[in-house]
Design a protein around this ligand. Structure first.
Ligand code: HAM
Length: 425
């Protein structure tokens, strides 16, 4: 039969053989973030389109080109979330989480959707692990968030990466980002070879020219003025605090004055984790501070800071872990009576937390033994009419190639004691 269907371009199945790695990373993240007093939040995959347009910025590549947006049956425009921050902030405002505590620490895991050209480490459905720390203005919050991310990645055994940081200044002080925007606009005005799209961005949002993938625009952007030279004293003090805090926690970083991030909500601290082992898509995590996102969405005047890690890219860097040989029990059955007995016995063993499985198709004993071996079962209980009549069954230890006979009413105790001795899982 022809395989008629395959997964949609840029979206992939995560098969059982890979799921162990995903669960390992997700469980480590949960434990690690929990130690920093973060709580999980789960938001819907779909939101009103306007939330992302306003939150992320209409001029960003994500909103302009990459969103999966459609009208639902009532004619409302809805969008599959391209990132988590806007949704988390919406939930924070909607449920008045600020009224529970002035500091809110939230983390989330799950799929995001961006209509991008698929390539290594770039998908249309991808997964993020993200954190948002909402409330504090102090640079100490930035330090804690960045250090938590750095420690998490190192805990996973990933060391070949660098943390790059920058400050994007603020919009409040005229001598800060507004002055920088004037400078950078003036610089781009002298450049006649910018692509047609960037020429349009020049007036609207010149920062976005720095994201353009066009070779000529990239070369022009390389010599553009950098924001770090235009920070106001407040942003400069904040950024110095971040750098000193990271140094005192021994979190290595490099300054990269060209980080602007692809989403419009950032100000002050911005950062990325970069690995040269990833090819073109070399950023496997990114984040920063956002001071006006929450008020601009109708919430309280509080800032936030957070990051998101791209799971698929992180997994490309994860050292291969030795696969743990799980020990499991297989019931090879001969005949329907034995099968019925096996259903009862496996239920009892599973109630004790033992991993077991059985044959359903009444295949030959030989083929059942083959299946048990192929699937890594360590013990096989052989059950037929005779075993049931004698109330005893042979148990084969496939690893040791030994066999032992055990009374059926002793089976649970037998395997529980093997587990205590570390022989079965
Ligand atoms: P972002 O930089 O757009 O930030 O995405 C974070 C990470 O998601 C990237 O570093 C990358 O690893 C991964 N990623 C993005 N697009 C794709 C893709 N098409 N395929 C595979 N991986 C991808 C955010 O999303 C912000 N919400 C982060 C944040 C949280 N800032 C503050 N709080």
């Amino acid at each position: 039969m022809n395989n008629k269907y395959s997964a949609i371009t840029g979206m992939k199945d995560i098969l059982p053989a890979e799921v162990g790695q995903w669960q390992f990373v997700e469980n480590t993240a949960r434990d690690h973030f929990c130690a920093y007093n973060y709580q999980e939040i789960r938001t819907p995959l779909l939101e009103e389109t306007d939330l992302f347009e306003r939150g992320i910025g209409k001029e960003t590549g994500v909103v302009k080109k990459e969103m999966y947006t459609f009208l639902d049956k009532s004619g409302d425009s809805i969008t599959l979330r391209p990132e988590g921050t806007a949704s988390v902030v919406r939930a924070y405002i909607e449920h008045h989480l600020d009224q529970q505590d002035p500091v809110t620490k939230l983390y989330y895991l799950g799929p995001m959707f961006r209509y991008e050209r698929p390539q290594k480490g770039r998908f249309r459905q991808f997964h993020q692990i993200g954190c948002e720390l909402i409330g504090p203005k102090s640079f100490a919050a930035d330090v804690e968030v960045i250090a938590m991310l750095d420690h998490f990645v190192r805990m996973l055994g990933i060391t070949a990466f660098r943390l790059e940081i920058n400050s994007l200044g603020c919009l409040e002080a005229t001598e800060c980002r507004p002055t920088f925007l004037k400078k950078i606009r003036a610089y781009f005005e002298t450049q006649a070879t910018l692509c047609s799209e960037c020429q349009k961005k020049r007036e609207q949002n010149p920062l976005r020219i720095l994201d353009c993938k066009n070779e000529t625009c990239r070369a022009i952007a390389k010599t553009a003025p950098v924001i770090l030279e235009s920070l106001c004293s407040n942003c400069s003090t904040h950024f110095n605090g971040v750098k000193m805090g990271l140094e005192s926690l021994k979190v290595p970083y490099t300054l990269n004055a060209r980080i602007v991030r692809g989403l419009d909500y950032y100000d002050k601290t911005a950062f990325e984790l970069i690995s040269d082992d990833l090819g073109a898509q070399n950023a496997f995590a990114g984040g920063g501070r956002y001071s006006s996102l929450i008020p601009s969405m109708g919430g309280p005047m509080v800032p936030g800071i957070g990051f998101a890690i791209g799971m698929e890219r992180l997994l490309l860097l994860l050292p291969k872990r030795p696969s743990v040989t799980s020990k499991k029990i297989y019931f090879a059955v001969m005949g329907e009576t034995a099968q019925g007995m096996a259903l009862e016995l496996t239920t009892k063993l599973r109630a004790k937390g033992l991993l077991c499985d059985m044959d359903f198709d009444l295949k030959s004993l030989k083929s059942q033994m083959r299946r048990a071996d192929k699937n890594g079962f360590t013990h096989v209980v052989i059950l037929g009419d005779q075993e049931i009549a004698n109330q005893k069954a042979p148990i084969k230890d496939l690893k040791k190639s030994t066999q032992e006979e055990v009374a059926l009413d002793q089976l649970t105790d037998y395997f529980v004691s093997l587990r205590l001795a570390g022989e079965v899982s």
